[in-house]
Structure formats: structure tokens, C-alpha cells
Design a protein around this ligand. Structure first.
Ligand code: NDP
Ligand code: MG
Length: 393
């Protein structure tokens, strides 16, 4: 029987993963090792009972009493805290879903590689902050990383049986997010509620806001660079409002292979779950006659400064990815809390990168996770200073 663990089980990707596991036999087909969540204790306990997990872990110590109550009599062990999540990741499982949101997903994903199974990687922040370390750890333990981000799953599928050396470009598509057609002068006043609606995909709030700012696509450019090892100059982004073409790979003979599908993450998750087989998946089927037309346009650099920042980060290398992501997370927290405006997020991230680069702190290649976590903390500190100074001025 195949063993599985799901990190971030109570989130959007986690729910879709649970849905697929249940659709493919649930506890009769899978032995569930660990499920983790944050504050949604009732749902975490319900999932753990349903799948008969060995252990359920909440990220927060203050949630442990509730989790223990909710699991009493079930035989599922309850635990709490970031260290307990990392320990749960070290429990061997054949297949692990990494779907915690943000840099908090890095250590559990890294630990999961140590037992040589398959890591289905939704947590793009892991590759952005510590790509070389993650790939090295996978090689060291004979583990396999399968991309779950829809664009990267699409590229992975388009590259099946192909030689990377013959790739001319990789194009990932972007819906353009909530504000793709807004007048530019309105963006500064965009509210959290407005930024939290996505035209095509149903996702967690943070990635939805990152789609409106295109910080999500910026992270995905870096993710493409790290996962496929392709030169940044060959990575392109196209705005594609219909979200039916997820990515395209162009080859040196002029041929282009595109991956299409309805915007439903259960495709990419199910692909990673069943790989190398293709199993029936409960996703909507593409109806191109009904879609009528597929449209594409180049992203507007003024509307989406995050894409320019991603290019700068890729060119600089070193620990820039870790600082970029952490500064973005800090700015996003501040936007959600109503402390800064929508367009200020990119300004904060740019200032943080400038300051840390000037001090020479980001030049080193990440030698180990501690260096990455230090760069992450430094960027959050500088971001806090920058935002405080802005508020004071
Ligand atoms: P959600 O916000 O919906 O879920 C996040 C999950 O992580 C929840 O289980 C949450 O717990 C848990 N969590 C939150 N904070 C912490 C923490 N500090 N430590 C441990 N666990 C925590 O996110 P998504 O499912 O949307 O995204 C998950 C990851 O997948 C992200 O990296 C995202 O970029 C990536 N991704 C998501 C896609 C999507 O369609 N949603 C598409 C492609 C990639 P709780 O809710 O119980 O508090
Ligand atoms: Mg994506």
C-alpha cells in the first residue's frame, strides 16, 4: 500500500489533494502518515480521522489542546509547532505533498526528501528560496521532485521525452489577475477584498493577491529557472486571460508544445500523484469550440513591476531569491493588514533588495538551509524598517 503525507492539508491545494486521495480509494488505497495544518483544527482532525493518519500536526502551539480534543479516541497522534511539522516530514512516506503556504514550507519539504520518496511540490517558495539546495538534497537521497504548480507541471509534461538542450524558450502564462483591465491610476487604491478575487482559479488568499500583483508569476519565473535549469533569458511570460494554456515549450526546430487544460489544480496534483501513469481525474474537460478563442498579450511592465524584479533576482542569483520572497511575504502581510497600499508592495520589495544587495549580504550562493533562513530573516527585518519609515514620513 502506498504511503502518503500532506503538508498544508487544510489549504486550497491540501483540500484538492484530499479530494483526489479519497476519489482514488482513500484509506483503502493509501496509508496516511502525516497531515498538517494551521488554525483550521476542525478540518485537520476530520481529514486525519477519515484517512486514519498516524499523526496530525498544527503549526501553532496554542491550537494543540483543541487538536487533541478533536482527535480523542481516534488513535491519531496530535502534535504542534514548526519543529513537530519538520519531524513529521522526516517520517518516511512514498509520496509527500508540500502545500504549506510561504517560506514555512521550505524545511518540511527539505526534510521529506531525506527518505527518498516523491515530493509533489506546490510550495513554489522552496525552489525560489533554496532551489539548488533542494535539488541537491533530492539527488543525495534518490528522491524525486514533481512540480505541482500548474505552469511547471505543464512544462514538465511538455518536456517528457525531450532533451533540455533543444529547448529555445519556456513560456508560462498568467491570467493577469484581478486588476488586469483596471486603469493604472486605480491600482494604488485597490482593496484587499478586490485583490482577493481571481478571474479563473480558486486558490488561497495569499496566492490570489500575488496573482493580482504578479508576484506569483515572478516567483514562478524563478521556480522555472531553478527547476528546469534554464537560462533566465529564455523564460517568458504571456498574459492569457482564458487560463487554458498553462505553459509552452519552444524547441530549436521551431516547434512549440503547449499544455492545455481547464483551470483546476486537481489536474496537476493528480498528475503528480499518479505519475508516471495517467489515471482518470475528476476535472472538467477542455471544450475549445465553446472557449471560442484563446488570446495572449505581453505583460505591461508598468502594471506588473514584480516581473522586472524577478529578472533582476535571477540575474543576481545567490541568496536574492530568499530575500525577494521574504520581502514579498512581509509586504503582503502588511497589505492584508491594511498597513500599506497595493502598489507599495513592489516598492518595498525593491527597496529591500537594493539595501541588502548594497551591503553585499546576498552575494553568496546558499550553502545550507541556515544561510537561506538568515537571508529570509534579514529581508523581513529590512522590510519592516522600510515600511515603518514610510508610515512615519
Ligand atoms: P492556503 O492558504 O489555502 O493553505 C495553506 C496551508 O498552509 C493551510 O493548510 C494552512 O493552514 C497552512 N499554513 C499556513 N501558515 C502556516 C505555517 N506558518 N506553518 C505551517 N502551515 C501553515 O494556500 P494554497 O493551498 O493556496 O497554497 C499552498 C502552496 O501552494 C503555496 O506555496 C502556493 O503558492 C502554492 N500553489 C497554490 C496553488 C493554488 O491553486 N492554491 C497553485 C499553485 C501553487 P490553515 O489553513 O489550517 O491555517
Ligand atoms: Mg501557478
Amino acid at each position: 500500500m502506498r504511503s502518503v503525507s500532506v503538508f498544508g492539508a487544510t489549504g486550497s491545494i491540501g483540500e484538492s489533494t484530499f479530494d483526489l486521495l479519497m476519489g482514488q480509494g482513500g484509506p483503502a488505497a493509501y496509508r496516511t502518515v502525516a497531515l498538517t495544518g494551521g488554525r483550521n483544527i476542525a478540518r485537520l482532525a476530520e481529514m486525519a480521522r477519515t484517512l486514519g493518519a498516524e499523526i496530525a500536526v498544527t503549526a501553532y502551539d496554542d491550537c494543540l489542546p483543541d487538536l487533541r480534543d478533536a482527535l480523542s479516541g481516534s488513535g491519531v497522534v496530535a502534535a504542534a509547532g514548526a519543529a513537530a511539522i519538520a519531524e513529521a516530514a522526516a517520517r518516511p512516506a512514498d509520496w509527500t505533498m508540500s502545500a504549506i503556504v510561504g517560506a514555512a514550507g521550505l524545511v518540511p519539504g527539505f526534510r521529506a526528501l531525506s527518505h527518498g520518496g516523491t515530493l509533489a511540490l506546490a510550495n513554489k517558495e522552496s525552489l525560489v528560496t533554496a532551489g539548488p539546495l533542494l535539488l541537491r538534497e533530492a539527488r543525495r537521497h534518490g528522491a524525486r521532485i514533481l512540480p505541482v504548480d500548474s505552469e511547471h507541471s505543464a512544462v514538465f509534461q511538455a518536456l517528457a521525452g525531450e532533451d533540455l538542450a533543444s529547448v529555445e524558450h519556456i513560456t508560462i502564462t498568467a491570467s493577469g489577475g484581478a486588476f488586469r483591465d483596471w486603469p493604472l491610476d486605480r491600482l494604488a487604491r485597490a482593496t484587499v477584498a478586490e485583490a482577493s478575487t481571481h478571474p479563473n482559479w480558486a486558490m488561497g488568499q495569499r496566492i490570489t493577491i500575488d496573482s493580482a500583483s504578479m508576484f506569483n508569476k515572478a516567483l514562478e519565473m524563478i521556480e522555472t529557472r531553478e527547476f528546469f535549469g534554464i537560462d533566465p533569458a529564455r523564460i517568458e511570460v504571456l498574459v492569457h486571460p482564458e487560463s487554458l494554456v498553462h505553459a509552452m515549450v519552444g524547441f530549436r526546430d521551431g516547434g512549440v508544445i503547449a499544455h492545455l487544460g481547464t483551470p483546476d489544480m486537481r489536474h496537476a496534483i493528480g498528475y503528480a500523484l499518479n505519475w508516471p501513469d495517467r489515471s482518470h481525474l475528476p476535472v472538467g474537460r477542455l471544450d475549445l469550440a465553446r472557449a471560442g478563442s484563446l488570446t495572449f498579450r505581453a505583460p505591461d511592465p508598468v502594471r506588473y513591476p514584480a516581473l522586472r524584479l524577478a529578472r533582476e533576482v535571477m540575474e543576481a542569483g545567490g541568496l536574492c531569491g530568499a530575500a525577494f520572497n521574504a520581502a514579498k511575504e512581509a509586504a503582503l502581510d502588511a497589505f492584508i493588514a491594511g498597513r500599506i497600499g497595493f502598489t507599495v508592495m513592489a516598492e518595498v520589495v525593491e527597496t529591500v533588495l537594493e539595501r541588502l544587495s548594497a551591503s553585499g549580504d546576498l552575494g553568496n550562493a546558499p550553502g545550507d538551509l541556515d544561510m537561506v533562513l538568515q537571508a529570509d530573516r534579514a529581508a523581513r527585518r529590512v522590510a519592516a524598517d522600510v515600511m515603518t519609515a514610510r508610515q512615519g514620513s
